[in-house]
Design a protein around this ligand. Structure first.
Ligand SMILES: Nc1ncnc2c1ncn2[C@@H]1O[C@H](COP(=O)(O)OP(=O)(O)O)[C@@H](O)[C@H]1O
Ligand SMILES: [Mg+2]
Length: 204
């Protein structure tokens, strides 16, 4: 952009005009190639479906996040319904989604506070009528989210954190939708936030 703007302001002698244009085009081509490679890398992967136990997903996520919770003295309470069925899903992607929500919950409560993970059977509305699903909920006693921010929550790069990337929820959103699921948010400023993942039990 700098070169484009100086191009019209400096006098490039005809002798260098061609070289200047070649250099500009090279820069543009290389920039485009780099951006395309980055987008390829960031392109969401199609889920590789297998049978996944929600209880195991939570266990795995707690192994990763447990030490961090302990460090900030936050108790993570887990409550699972007894008849929890297995779901069809990509284990790695679902675990990443759960971790993103747990990291956000821990960052929201900051110190002490409470995070609750619960899972059970539920129902979700679809165009083809209600479908049975597993409902996985992550609840925190953090500061909550304002109505204004709720609208932008799943936008890539939306963040209110000084060093946040703003990608966590965008990734959760695309993962859950690629599983045919839904994500619901409920938040009250000053009380806390709850994210519910609805993952359908039978694929259409
Ligand atoms: N549990 C939560 N409580 C309060 N705010 C939240 C919570 N989860 C997400 N947010 C808000 O949504 C924003 C986007 O979250 P996310 O996509 O994970 O990016 P990041 O964590 O890098 O900011 C956060 O910056 C925060 O403002
Ligand atoms: Mg995050």
């Amino acid at each position: 952009m700098f070169l484009e703007s100086v191009e019209s302001e400096i006098n490039i002698t005809p002798e260098y005009e061609e070289d200047f244009l070649i250099a500009m085009n090279q820069i543009r081509r290389r920039m485009e190639a780099t951006i395309n490679r980055f987008l390829d890398f960031a392109r969401p992967q199609e889920p590789i479906f297998s049978w996944v136990s929600v209880a195991e997903l939570i266990e795995e996520a707690l192994l990763v996040i447990g030490p961090r919770a302990k460090q900030q003295e936050t108790i993570i309470q887990v409550s699972l319904d007894g008849d929890l069925p297995m779901i069809r899903g990509d284990r790695k992607q679902l675990e990443e989604a759960l971790l993103n929500l747990l990291v956000n919950a821990l960052e929201a409560v900051r110190h002490r506070g409470q995070v609750t993970i619960s899972a059970g059977r539920g129902e979700m509305p679809t165009n083809a009528g209600p479908r049975r699903c597993v409902r996985l909920e992550i609840k925190d006693t953090g500061p909550g989210i304002t109505a204004e921010n709720l609208a932008k929550l799943f936008d890539p790069f939306f963040t209110t954190k000084a060093t946040g990337a703003g990608l966590g929820l965008a990734i959760v959103y695309s993962t859950i939708h690629r599983h045919g699921g839904e994500i619901l948010v409920q938040s009250t400023v000053g009380q806390g936030t709850s994210f519910a993942l609805l993952i359908p039990l039978e694929t259409m």
